[in-house]
Write a protein that binds this ligand. Structure first.
Ligand code: BG6
Length: 470
C-alpha cells in the first residue's frame, strides 16, 4: 500500500474513540485540559462512541472528569477545550458512523485517531477508518493491550499496517511516558561509570516489582479477559526490562533505541510453566464481572533470562499484583558480593550485596547502596544508600506527554511492531498453559510460592513507602 508519510506534520484534529468510557474520564480529559493550559492543544477534538449522548452530556462528562482529577484552576482553558469538543455517536460496525465522523472533521487533513476502546474493537475501527478514507495522512494511536497473544498481535499489526504506515501507528504503553522510566534510559547512557559493571560479570540479579494495594475495582470483566500477565507484565514491566537491559543505541535518535529494545525481547528466553507463579487475591471471585470459578491471575511473579552476551545467566525476577501491601514500583539491580570474605559482616552474611535501586513510583529516585564502616575498632559496617532524589515539580503526566507526541508525529515513546511481537513471543507459551493461580491474602505480598521462585537468588525486595519499616 502506498502511504503518504506525514511524520512531522502536526495533527490538525484529535479524534477520541471511546470518549464516553472510563479511560477518557480518568486520563484523557485531564490530559487534554493540561495540554490546553500549556497552549499546545488548539485543534478540534471529536469524541466518538456508540452511546447516544448529546454534545452537552459529553461536555458535562469532560468537566466532571477534570474536576475529579484535580481542580479547575483555569476556567478559560476549560471553556476553550469544551468549545473545541464535538461528538459523533454510532456503531463502530456501521460505515455510516465513519462517514459522519468525516463530515464532522470537515477540513481537517491530518487527524490523529485515538482508540481508547476495548482491544476487541481495535481492528473494526481501524478498518472503518480505512474504508471511509479517514486514514490517508492520518495517525492512529492504539491503547494497550496490543493483541492478547502472539497470533492476535500479528493479526492486529497486519490490519493496522494495511491501513496506516508504521510511522503513523502510535502504540501506547503509558509507562514509557513516565519521568522515572525515561530516566532509566538517560541514567544508563548519560553516565559512563555504570557500563563496566552493567553485565553478567558484576550483576547477580535484577528484580522489578510493580505493586498496587487496590483490587480490580470496576474492571472485573476486563481483568477476566486479561489477567496480570497480559495487563502489566508483557508491556509495562517488559518495557522497563528492555530499558535496563538494552545495548547502547548506535546514534542519537529513537530509531536506534527502538532497535536495541527489540533485540532485548528477541533475546529473552520464552517462559516455561515453572518460571511463573500466578496468584489471585481472596475475594477476587466476588468482584463484579468476575466468574465464580475464575482462575485468572491478579498476581504474577516470574523468572526471566536474556540470552545475550551481556546478560547470559543473570536471572531477572518480575512481580506485580493487585491488593498487595502497598502501591509502589521499584527496580533493584543487585551486584555480586566481593569475591573474598575479608570482613565478618561481608555479604551475604549481612544481607544484600551492593545494589542500584530505581524507585519509579510513588516517588522517583535512584539509590546506590554501598557498605561503609561503622566507627570503632571492629571492621564491621552498614549498607548505606547514596540517594538521588529526582522529584521535579511540573512534570507532565504520561498521557499528556504521549498524546502531545503522537499529535506532533514523534514516535520516540511508543512501541514498534517488531518489539511488541517479540515481547508476546516470550509470554506466549505460558498464556494458556500454566499452573493454577494460588490464593493470597489482600494486603500481603502475594502467595508464598513466589518466594520459592526467587529463593535460589535471595529474596524479594519489597518497596517501602517513606516511614514504613521493611
Ligand atoms: C494499566 C493497567 O495499564 O496500568 C492497570 O491496565 C494498572 O491494571 C495500571 O493499574 C498501572 O499504571 P500506573 O500508572 O497507575 O502505575
Amino acid at each position: 500500500m502506498d502511504h503518504n508519510s506525514n511524520r512531522t506534520t502536526p495533527a490538525d484534529a484529535l479524534v477520541v474513540f471511546g470518549v464516553t468510557g472510563d479511560l477518557a474520564h480518568k486520563m484523557i480529559f485531564p490530559a487534554l485540559y493540561a495540554m490546553v493550559k500549556r497552549g499546545i492543544l488548539n485543534v478540534p477534538v471529536v469524541g466518538v462512541a456508540s452511546s447516544k449522548w448529546s454534545l452537552a452530556q459529553v461536555r458535562e462528562k469532560a468537566t466532571d472528569s477534570i474536576k475529579q482529577a484535580g481542580k479547575i484552576d483555569d476556567r478559560n482553558a476549560l471553556d476553550h477545550l469544551l468549545s473545541q469538543l464535538q461528538y459523533v455517536g454510532g456503531d463502530y460496525n456501521d460505515l455510516g458512523t465513519f462517514k459522519a465522523l468525516k463530515q464532522t472533521l470537515g477540513d481537517a487533513r491530518y487527524p490523529a485517531h485515538y482508540l481508547a476502546i476495548p482491544p476487541s474493537l481495535f481492528a473494526t475501527v481501524i478498518k472503518g477508518l480505512g474504508a471511509a478514507g479517514l486514514a490517508d495522512q492520518a495517525r492512529v494511536i492504539v491503547e494497550k493491550p496490543f493483541g492478547r497473544d502472539l497470533a492476535s498481535a500479528r493479526e492486529l499489526n497486519r490490519i493496522a499496517l494495511s491501513v496506516f504506515a508504521e510511522d503513523s501507528i502510535f502504540r501506547i504503553d503509558h509507562y514509557l511516558g513516565k519521568e522515572a522510566i525515561m530516566n532509566i534510559l538517560y541514567f544508563r547512557f548519560a553516565n559512563s561509570f555504570l557500563e563496566p559493571i552493567w553485565n553478567r560479570n558484576c550483576v547477580a540479579s535484577v528484580q522489578i516489582t510493580l505493586a498496587e494495594d487496590f483490587g480490580v475495582k470496576s474492571r472485573g470483566a476486563f481483568y477476566e479477559s486479561a489477567g496480570c500477565l497480559r495487563d502489566v507484565i508483557q508491556n509495562h514491566l517488559f518495557q522497563i526490562v528492555a530499558l535496563l537491559a538494552m545495548e547502547p543505541p548506535a546514534y542519537q535518535g529513537f530509531g536506534a533505541v527502538h532497535s536495541e529494545k527489540a533485540k532485548v525481547f528477541q533475546a529473552m528466553r520464552p517462559l516455561q510453566q515453572d518460571d511463573l507463579v500466578r496468584g489471585q487475591y481472596a475475594g477476587y471471585r466476588k468482584e463484579p464481572g468476575v466468574a465464580k470459578g475464575s482462575d485468572v491471575e491478579t498476581f504474577c511473579a516470574l523468572r526471566l533470562f536474556i540470552d545475550s552476551w551481556r546478560w547470559a545467566g543473570v536471572p531477572w525476577y518480575l512481580r506485580s499484583g493487585k491488593c498487595l501491601a502497598t502501591t509502589a514500583a521499584e527496580v533493584l539491580v543487585e551486584l555480586k558480593p566481593p569475591p573474598q570474605r575479608l570482613f565478618d559482616d561481608s555479604a551475604p552474611v549481612a544481607g544484600r550485596a551492593n545494589y542500584l535501586r530505581f524507585q519509579l513510583s510513588p516517588n522517583s529516585a535512584v539509590a546506590l547502596a554501598a557498605r561503609v564502616k561503622r566507627a570503632g575498632k571492629e571492621f564491621v559496617g552498614d549498607q548505606r544508600e547514596l540517594y538521588l532524589l529526582d522529584e521535579q515539580p511540573g512534570e507532565e503526566t504520561p498521557y499528556e506527554r504521549l498524546l502531545t507526541d503522537a499529535m506532533a508525529g514523534d514516535g520516540a515513546l511508543f512501541t514498534r511492531e517488531d518489539a511488541v511481537e517479540a515481547a508476546w513471543a516470550v509470554v506466549d507459551p505460558v498464556l494458556g498453559t500454566h499452573h493454577k493461580a494460588y490464593s493470597y491474602k489482600p494486603g500481603s505480598w502475594g502467595p508464598k510460592q513466589a518466594d520459592a521462585l526467587i529463593a535460589a537468588h535471595g529474596n524479594w525486595h519489597n518497596p517501602q513507602l517513606p516511614g514504613a519499616a521493611e
